[in-house]
Design a binder for this molecule. Structure first.
Ligand code: ATR
Length: 267
């Protein structure tokens, strides 16, 4: 019997996840379908329950339901607990298992696709919302020399740093001093077409500026280019987090490179 999967979001029509998982399923010969489900903003749990009742095996969760999915899960992976958010649900044996593959997705893109070794490197994470929180623990696991979280609202960066203990420094954009090897933009500024007020001294020769957003050039990436540093958008992260979810569900690792290439060509 064909297994059913879905992504829940609001909005969700723009989601590339159905395309990505269809490509993974074809490539690996998995008998499954994957659809996009628009859940009402106040009806996420009911939508998930209906999907499970109809035989759904698993789901991805996107904006604005990741924190709610974390509360809905009856069991959380360690990485979902650290992230405080869930992007991957598995329905089995009456359980709702919650996982978070966003951090693994970023890491796979940075280290495998972009060839960046993060050990001993200086990492700057911009933003202190859900997107930032989801990637802190996996970044720390790479043992960088420093991990600085800079945010418009400094108290929020401090609160986040406090969750992860020593090794994480929090500050505002105006207090940023010195250069970083990898700068990850996890703010929502790109969505609004805005650039956080960053000093250009954060860039050095060989730095990588990474924007979690994908699908369009962002002011942050344009700013980085004017300072001569390498840039990457979040398309690779998107496909890699999907591959990790696919592995959680199916126990098979798809080849991400052709899927990233075909999405890139379609952008
Ligand atoms: P997400 O789940 O996408 O992280 P969020 O929890 O609302 O969404 O967090 C949005 C992040 O983007 C926050 O770090 C926010 O900064 P504040 O904590 O100061 O609100 C940041 N952000 C949003 N718009 C921004 C802008 N124009 N410039 C800089 N940072 C911005």
């Amino acid at each position: 019997m064909t297994d059913r999967y879905a992504v829940f979001g609001h909005p969700v029509a723009h989601s590339k996840s159905p395309l990505i998982h269809a490509a993974f399923a074809r490539q690996t010969g998995q008998d499954m379908t994957y659809e996009a489900i628009l859940a009402p903003k106040d009806g996420f749990a009911a939508s998930v329950a209906a999907f499970v009742a109809a035989g759904g095996r698993g789901a991805n969760v996107t904006v604005p339901f990741k924190e709610e999915a974390c509360r809905l899960a009856t069991r959380l992976s360690a990485r979902a607990e650290c992230a405080g958010a869930v992007n991957t649900l598995t329905f089995a044996s009456g359980e709702i298992r919650g996982d978070n593959t966003d951090g693994a997705g970023l890491l796979a893109d940075l280290t495998q696709n972009l060839g960046r070794d993060l050990a001993g490197r200086r990492i700057l994470l911009l933003g202190a919302g859900g997107a930032a929180r989801g990637v802190i623990e996996p970044l720390l696991a790479q043992q960088p020399a420093t991990l600085v979280i800079a945010n418009r609202t400094v108290a929020r960066a401090q609160g986040l740093a406090g969750l992860f203990g020593h090794g994480v420094v929090a500050c505002g954009f105006d207090a940023l001093a010195g250069a970083f090897d990898v700068i990850v933009n996890a703010t929502a500024a790109s969505l609004a077409g805005e650039l956080p007020p960053l000093p250009p001294t954060i860039f050095a020769a060989g730095s990588l500026a990474y924007d979690m957003m994908y699908g369009r050039d962002t002011p942050f990436l344009a700013f980085a280019r004017t300072h001569g540093v390498a840039t990457a958008d979040g398309l690779g992260m998107l496909v890699e987090q999907a591959a990790e979810a696919f592995f959680v569900w199916r126990g098979v690792r798809p080849d991400t490179a052709p899927v990233i290439a075909s999405l890139r060509a379609a952008c």
